[in-house]
Design a binder for this molecule. Structure first.
Ligand SMILES: Nc1ncnc2c1ncn2[C@@H]1O[C@H](COP(=O)(O)OP(=O)(O)OP(=O)(O)O)[C@@H](O)[C@H]1O
Length: 297
């Protein structure tokens, strides 16, 4: 008898392209009597199309996003509100969402956890900008971190992984003027900032804790505002982040919110889950539809 019907959507360009991980994951599920369908993405956004078709078919209980945070966000977009369980096979570069939910990086353990059947209901964030709506499962950055994502070489990222971000950070610090933004929080308070991070969870840039009190299971997101135009102060904040002391920084303000609006006199770059997502002005709010996400027991 078939245990579960599971579709796996693989981004063949994610991370270091660990095809053997996907194969071992699929083999384990099949040995456990699951019926598994594997689909590879062919272009950016394809994972959303595939996930939507598979969810609409009503034939699959689980859809696995095999890739990094960008692939997970695309699959989430296709199945949000459908009742299909989103699973994660972390084979991307930073894999922040997998760290956040303590998903096993060992594919056999991961497959075994999926079969056990535990899941959690999460409320992703919705980004509205450039006339489009997109879903974000982990975090959105506006300002310098988005400039880094917009300009990082994907070839270098595939070759040296996360170290590529270090090189681009140095370049972006040199090139990017810290433009001022106006951040309206819940339509009430308005704050000034030169960089903003909106995060559903605690982790950032892999498995570093940026906002330890931020919990994926809560509806609201955390809004981190960096409020100085000084690049030296920004470097100090980055050092504090790596030492786990970001909240002690003088130019940092952190608030909880379910809706923010960001405007500026110029178009400021935005990244969502590590992928470039256009520019400001933007509104970010909690999705009205939830996601069911597989987690370890
Ligand atoms: N076949 C494809 N060709 C080119 N790009 C693709 C293809 N399939 C997916 N993509 C795009 O690849 C981008 C990066 O994917 P993803 O974020 O999953 O990997 P990553 O950047 O290595 O990992 P992370 O976000 O965890 O650092 C996404 O924007 C996605 O749309």
């Amino acid at each position: 008898m078939v245990n579960q019907r599971i579709a796996v959507i693989v981004n063949p360009t994610a991370g270091k392209r660990r095809h053997h991980s996907v194969q071992r994951f699929v083999d384990y599920l099949e040995k456990a009597n699951c019926e598994v369908l594997v689909k590879k993405t062919r272009f950016q956004g394809h994972a959303t199309e595939l996930a939507r078709e598979l969810a609409d078919s009503g034939e699959y209980t689980h859809i696995v996003a095999a890739g990094g945070d960008g692939t997970i966000a695309e699959v989430a977009e296709g199945i949000v509100g459908s009742g299909v369980i989103l699973c994660v096979l972390p084979i991307g570069t930073a894999n922040v969402f997998a760290h956040e939910l303590s998903i096993a990086f060992n594919e056999i353990q991961n497959a075994a956890d999926i079969i056990k059947g535990h899941w959690v209901r999460l409320w992703p964030a919705c980004l509205f900008n450039d006339g489009k709506r997109s879903l974000s499962i982990q975090m959105i950055g506006i300002g310098i971190d988005a400039h880094i994502v917009h300009h990082i070489s994907s070839r270098l990222k595939r070759m040296i992984g996360k170290t590529a971000y270090l090189f681009q950070t140095i370049r972006s610090l040199w090139q990017y003027p810290f433009y001022e933004m106006l951040v309206s929080i819940e339509g009430r308070a308005t704050e000034k900032a030169t960089a903003v991070i909106i995060s559903k969870g605690a982790f950032y840039a892999g498995n570093y804790r940026l906002l330890p009190w931020s919990k994926q299971k809560e509806k609201a997101f955390s809004v981190l505002l960096f409020q100085s135009p000084s690049k030296m102060s920004y470097l100090y904040a980055v050092a504090a982040f790596f030492m786990g002391k970001i909240a002690d920084c003088k130019h940092i303000k952190i608030v909880k919110a379910e809706k923010v609006k960001i405007e500026a006199n110029t178009r400021i770059p935005i990244q969502s889950d590590g992928d470039a997502r256009g520019c400001t002005p933007a509104t970010i709010e909690i999705s009205t539809k939830a996601l069911k996400v597989a987690i370890p027991a």
